[in-house]
Design a protein around this ligand. Structure first.
Ligand SMILES: [Zn+2]
Length: 133
């Protein structure tokens, strides 16, 4: 059996151990009340998702890092399309556009940061899915 892709499982918010179970109860991150509504245990391999009390506080660093990386990515394509300078106000427009994009994508980034953070501490186990049942 093939190993599910690591990045794909992180970006699709899958459990890092079995890479099959969903981390979140709802698929839509834009339901703001449920943005952090996670399963306590992976529905497929039964991994306890909050590894220790307060585990998710560490995701603050992850979401900060992802926001910076995302801003740099936006800077890249903005530069390629519009160029950047203070004279034409394009740098100002970039800052405005980037802020709007970041706010719009924040639920995605929040979820992705938990998924990525958890994947640092939990390694893939090809037997996890079958062992739990
Ligand atoms: Zn799992």
């Amino acid at each position: 059996m093939s190993v599910p892709n690591y990045l794909l499982s992180v970006f699709s918010n899958k459990c890092p151990r079995c890479r099959k179970g969903k981390l979140y109860r709802t698929n839509n991150p834009y339901n703001y009340k449920l943005v952090y509504d996670m399963h306590e245990h992976c529905p497929v391999c039964d991994l306890k998702l909050e590894l220790e009390p307060g585990f998710w506080y560490g995701t603050g660093y992850m979401s900060y890092g992802l926001s910076v990386a995302f801003s740099l990515f936006n800077l890249g394509w903005f530069y390629l399309i519009f160029g950047l300078s203070w004279e034409g106000n394009s740098l100002f427009y970039y800052l405005v556009a980037n802020t709007i994009i970041l706010i719009t994508c924040m639920p995605l980034i929040m979820r992705l940061s938990r998924s990525a953070y958890l994947s640092i501490f939990v390694k893939y186990d090809k037997n996890a899915a079958s062992a739990a049942h």
